[in-house]
Design a protein around this ligand. Structure first.
Ligand SMILES: CCCCCCCCCC(=O)SCCNC(=O)CCNC(=O)[C@H](O)C(C)(C)COP(=O)(O)OP(=O)(O)OC[C@H]1O[C@@H](n2cnc3c(N)ncnc32)[C@H](O)[C@@H]1OP(=O)(O)O
Length: 140
């Protein structure tokens, strides 16, 4: 399973051009295949700041999209996915540092893959945001 995650992360970070997934720089920490859970780390960067030097909500939503999308693709086993919907709750501001995004695939359906994700500040373990998302295997 680790090899599958690394393959997907290398694939989405591989292009030389400036792309959002390259810039967010997700780092795989670990996964449990039976439980369909995985942890992905993001280290905050200055370009993600808003006007108060917090991480912009759009960047946080992108981290959730990438974390859950990578998990959906990895546990699905082959190919890629598209995001059908994404809901985010911003609980505490993301200040500088590292954040662990823990995804749970809650349903691996015939057409839809449903996921939830909890983001915690690495240093304190405090929950800073939660999200849910729906993903569809990419058919093109
Ligand atoms: C000029 C206009 C420009 C407009 C365009 C720019 C748009 C930019 C949009 C953004 O990107 S904003 C960034 C994304 N959103 C967040 O980071 C919001 C994070 N969530 C919160 O701060 C609160 O949940 C929220 C204000 C939305 C709701 O208030 P609550 O009453 O539910 O929470 P509360 O005020 O009790 O704060 C929750 C926790 O956050 C902590 N907190 C809040 N602000 C903090 C802060 N600044 N620094 C450190 N901790 C902070 C607060 O201490 C508390 O910790 P504890 O539970 O441990 O006590």
């Amino acid at each position: 399973m680790e090899a599958r995650f690394q393959e997907i992360l290398n694939h989405i970070k591989q292009p030389k051009e400036i792309r959002l997934n390259n810039m967010l720089d997700p780092f795989f920490l670990g996964a449990d295949e039976e439980e369909m859970t995985a942890d992905i780390l993001f280290c905050t960067q200055e370009w993600e700041w808003n006007q108060r030097n917090e991480i912009h909500g759009g960047a946080i939503a992108s981290m959730f999209d990438t974390a859950m999308g990578v998990c959906a693709a990895a546990f699905q086993g082959q190919g890629s996915v598209s995001t059908a919907d994404l809901q985010v709750s911003f609980i505490r501001p993301f200040l500088s540092g590292a954040f662990i995004f823990s995804t749970q695939i809650t349903s691996m359906g015939k057409t839809l893959i449903r996921a939830t994700c909890v983001a915690r500040e690495k240093q304190s373990g405090k929950i800073v945001a939660t999200a849910s998302g729906t993903f569809v295997p990419f058919k093109k």
